[in-house]
Design a protein around this ligand. Structure first.
Ligand code: FBP
Length: 259
């Protein structure tokens, strides 16, 4: 039986994502200097009572594991199992850098994996994610799929990676591959996002935060629309830890997600 409750509160979720050091490079921390330090992020996650913090295995081992037992008990760890940099200009594919068993040894309550839907390497990612789901479910923990449409066919056939029908396709693929939660980009409006949530069925849908908005209100309005569309919450990085006052944004976020 998969224990989803550990990473939910009243069926809803707020996850603090922090895998950007690998995905985008330290340049991503330049406009919010303190955010280069994983301890700073873990403090926001713990003080903000996030329902999970998303880390790669190295930061989990060298930072999360050094938290006190009480903090670890109240702040669930979600380990991102695959990763890549943005340096090589290759077909989108993010290989496994951590095994499910290793994540569990590090104390993970859930594991995550990015699928680049539409990529030439899509079938490899489907197979790898299949193995992730199998390992995670055997151990009773949820598997979260980041589903990001990407690659030349996405551009040619849909024009944009946030095309509502394409995003709904991704949500459906997440359900059918066995994901418990799908982390998906915003489609631009409430109605089309409701279609995405419907396509995902019993797989919960959380919003992927996106680039930091000028005004936190813009990001919070998107979260309002996502929740009104039936979303289960948000997995956010830059819009929180790049904010002037991350805990204030967190409080506003919690009011919207948990009501
Ligand atoms: P943000 O809320 O900062 O957008 O983080 C969500 C996330 O999925 C991260 O987990 C990941 O590092 C990043 O976005 C990937 O962004 P992209 O592949 O679009 O550059």
């Amino acid at each position: 039986m998969v224990d989803l409750d550990k990473i939910l509160q009243d069926g809803k979720a707020i996850y603090l994502a922090y895998d950007h050091g690998m995905e985008h490079g330290p340049v991503e921390f330049a406009d919010a200097e303190e955010s280069i330090d994983p301890s700073y992020i873990l403090k926001i996650a713990a003080d903000g009572n996030y329902t999970g913090v998303i880390l790669h295995k190295g930061t989990a081992e060298k930072y999360y594991q050094l938290l006190g037992a009480d903090e670890r008990n109240t702040l669930p760890l979600i380990i991102k199992l695959n990763g890549k940099t943005n340096i090589p200009d290759l077909e989108p594919y993010s290989p496994m850098v951590c095994a499910v068993e290793e994540a569990i040894e590090l104390g993970a309550s859930a594991v995550g994996y990015t699928i680049y839907l539409g990529s030439e390497k899509e079938s490899t990612m489907f197979w790898e994610f299949g193995q992730v789901v199998r390992g995670a479910h055997k151990a009773g923990i949820p598997a979260i799929a980041w589903v990001y449409p990407r690659g030349k066919w996405v551009r040619e056939k849909y024009g944009s990676d946030t095309d509502p029908e394409l995003v709904a396709y991704g949500a459906r693929v997440a359900l059918e591959l066995g994901a418990d939660v799908a982390k998906i980009k915003y489609t631009g409006d409430r109605k089309s996002f409701a279609h995405v949530v419907k396509a995902a069925g019993r797989c919960k849908v959380v919003l992927s935060g996106g680039e930091k908005t000028e005004d936190p209100k813009e990001f919070l309005q998107v979260v309002k629309d996502v929740m009104a569309a039936g979303g289960a919450g948000v997995a956010v990085g830059r819009n929180v830890w790049k904010a002037k006052d991350p805990l204030k944004v967190t409080e506003d976020l919690k009011k919207i997600v948990f009501g």
